[in-house]
Design a protein around this ligand. Structure first.
Ligand code: SF4
Length: 684
């Protein structure tokens, strides 16, 4: 197929695709030349063009009128109303009274400009993004242990070459189906795949061994495996001695993680744990991959560290076809955390409290380093602080839908309704846009060029294929216009993505994620470039000592455990044909047909106990609230656990149930574990 080469707008694989036709009738095919997906696309990618000319698409700004309704407005009116709203909030509460909430779906250019907009145009500390809810725990763990965070520090193709893979809390077969070709190739070579998950998901069904752990017990399993490897003499003493520090303290702690103890903590049968350890011990190359399962917990950083410990002890990190990696979820989850839309970071993945970083970035921005605000609050804390004396009064949300995606979502929705001014930029009326004062219609993925950084740290260029509808502008246009309205237009001289990328590259120079040698021309010609090189850690780690660091992890428990009132675990995740908060995918008929509604998966014993069958309506109740689902009975889940997907809002919102306890380091909420009760009935 001919057509313009570009990339899928959804997940972090950023599959290469070719598009031809028109926005009304786009024809999409996988790009066989792109090395990540090699021509394969999942159903989301095939149908991604439907959003372009969708009848519900926003095609004009909306402003809330005196009667309380959102009504069409001109761009000038919407910009003026927004500038006024920001100014009023600042006049009453100072610069930090305005918050900015970004997204891991934004291109690198948008993430960069949004961070600059917050610090330079608004002068606020209060910026964070929905990636805080996604990969922040693994990112923090990688930084602590390995000195840098790049989701996968090796190319995806290495997966096919690993002798053994330990895949923890990730359902690749549904979330990133084209990636399964690497796992299938790995198994066809005789490699072994071990999946750790409370559910025997589609990925678990394809594995050689499934460790069905209790939600929240991930670190116990990692420690138990390391215990067995130490006992078997299957750790790499030379590697530990020469390339790491801190192992002895970890060895002392895992000494007490006998299989009997792990079985009682995690519910994993001893025989399964022993078999997993044998597979790992006999493999020449082992890859340890984590997903949101262990990461989206109030001990998410420790969980990820426990699996990094395992990879380090086996001497696998930096070895070819082996190592530790985090399977990033959002389309630009990696780039989204590198360019300054995190509360504590500046472009280039620099710390905002580092004087040298501030001086460098201030030089690029043409401002005094002292004028760059300090670190702000994390995503959940910023939203939950609304209504308090020091809380934000106005909020600018770009490409995110926290009414559906935040934990304890009813509480967060109530907080957002307390704002005196809420602005959303999106291309559909999301649940968050529905309660905004101003909504800007944004150009979509195929209507503007831009770069993203995929799960393996490959920076790629998405090309523009079609023009956006007439009254629709890009997010970069919007940022420039708002900055001009705030009297800071001189710092945002261009909304041309390529010019913004050139500035981003300068701002990143010398930082951990250094893009300074890249250009659109090179990215286009090469089909992407890995920052830092294809493979990291071959000779040394970017830590002060050049060594990787072990971290002691023990006695990790979820914030909330089942009890008499809430006797089961609840865990959440994704399904094949929906993506994130569902703003786009719920509107695509093909996808809605595959996954039309949120199903609560439960074990047949639980279903029998409650008199439930497939398709019955059921209410799930937690300490945060209640939500309604249809029942799916399956033996592929633990008897003590219920699973729900989080792509829906309203009465079927999984996040009305989820826990908002935060990891002390990453500030990641505990989406993956809480205590729940099954109720019969339909009223949520
Ligand atoms: Fe798009 Fe991800 Fe599906 Fe690839 S796997 S087509 S990037 S949603």
């Amino acid at each position: 197929m001919s057509g313009v080469k570009t990339h899928c707008p959804y997940c972090a694989l950023q599959c290469g695709m070719r598009i031809e036709g028109s926005p009304q009738e786009p024809r999409i095919a996988g790009d066989p030349d792109f090395p990540t997906n090699r021509g394969a696309l999942c159903v989301k990618g095939w149908s991604a063009g439907v959003t372009l000319a969708h009848p519900e698409r926003l095609t004009t700004p909306l402003v809330r009128n005196v009667r309380g309704f959102l009504e069409p407005a001109t761009w000038d009116e919407a910009i003026a109303r927004t500038v006024e709203g920001f100014r009023e909030a600042r006049a009453q509460g100072g610069a930090d009274a305005v918050g900015v909430f970004g997204s891991g779906s934004l291109t690198n250019e948008k993430a960069y400009y949004l961070g600059k907009f917050a610090r330079v145009a608004l002068g606020t500390r209060m910026i964070d993004y929905n990636g805080r809810f996604c990969m922040s725990s693994a990112a923090a763990a990688s930084n602590k242990a390995l000195g840098v965070d790049r989701g996968l520090p090796f190319p995806l193709a290495d997966i096919a070459q690993a002798d053994a893979i330990l895949l923890v809390g990730s359902n690749v077969a549904e979330t990133m189906p084209p990636l399964m070709q690497y796992f299938e190739a790995q198994r066809a070579r005789g490699g072994k795949l071990i999946v750790v998950d409370p559910r025997r998901s589609s990925t678990g069904l394809a594995a050689d061994l499934h460790l069905r752990l209790a939600p929240g017990s991930d670190a116990a399993v990692a420690n138990g495996l390391l215990h067995l490897l130490v006992r078997a003499g299957a750790v790499d003493a030379k590697y530990i001695r020469e390339r790491t520090e801190g192992f002895e303290a970890v060895r002392a702690v895992v000494a007490s993680y006998w299989p009997e103890r792990v079985e009682s903590l995690a519910g994993v049968p001893q025989a399964d744990l022993l078999r997993a350890a044998q597979i790992l011990a006999h493999a020449e190359t082992v890859m340890v991959l984590t997903g949101r399962g262990p990461e989206q917990q109030s001990h998410g950083v420790e969980n990820a560290l426990s699996y990094i410990n395992l990879a380090l002890a086996m001497g696998m990190v930096g070895k070819r076809n082996a190592g530790y990696g985090c399977l990033t979820g959002q389309g630009n989850g990696q780039g989204g955390r590198e360019h300054g839309q995190k509360a504590d970071q500046l472009p280039g993945y620099r710390r905002i409290d580092d004087p040298a970083a501030r001086a460098h970035v201030a030089g690029v921005w043409g401002i005094d380093p002292e004028s760059i605000p300090g670190p702000g609050k994390s995503a959940y804390e910023m939203l939950d602080g609304i209504g308090e004396a020091e809380g934000i009064r106005a909020l600018f949300v770009m490409g995110s839908n926290p009414v559906v995606s935040a934990p304890n979502a009813r509480r967060i929705e109530a907080r957002l309704r307390e704002l005196q001014f809420l602005v959303v930029s999106d291309f559909f009326r999301s649940e968050t846009a529905d309660i905004a004062d101003v909504v800007f219609p944004a150009a979509q993925w195929a209507e503007e060029p831009g770069t993203t950084t995929n799960v393996e740290g490959r920076v790629i260029l998405r090309r523009r294929v079609f023009d956006p509808p007439q009254a629709v502008r890009t997010d970069l246009d919007l940022l420039c216009e708002l900055a001009a309205g705030l009297g800071k237009g001189e710092f945002f001289p261009s909304s041309d993505p390529e010019r913004v990328f050139v500035e981003l590259c300068r701002a990143s120079a010398g930082g951990p994620a250094d893009y300074s040698a890249m250009s659109y021309g090179e990215l286009d010609a090469k089909g992407g470039v890995h920052w830092g090189g294809e493979r990291l850690f071959h000779e040394r780690f970017p830590t002060p000592s050049g060594r990787a660091r072990f971290h002691v992890v023990h006695d990790v428990h979820p914030f909330e455990e089942p009890n008499e009132s809430y006797p089961l675990y609840l865990t959440t995740g994704r399904v094949l044909a929906q993506y994130q908060s569902g703003t786009q995918t719920r509107r695509v008929p093909t996808l809605a047909k595959v996954n039309p509604e949120p199903l609560a998966e439960m074990h047949p014993l639980q279903a029998r106990r409650h008199g439930l069958s497939d398709g019955d309506a059921v209410i799930l109740a937690t300490r945060r609230g209640r939500a309604r689902f249809s029942v799916k009975v399956t033996p592929n889940i633990r008897e003590d656990t219920v699973f729900v997907p989080f792509h829906w809002g309203g009465v079927g919102s999984a996040n009305r149930l989820t826990q908002d306890a935060l990891d002390p380091t990453s500030r990641m909420p505990e989406f993956k574990v809480c205590a729940v009760r099954i109720e019969r009935g339909t009223s949520a």
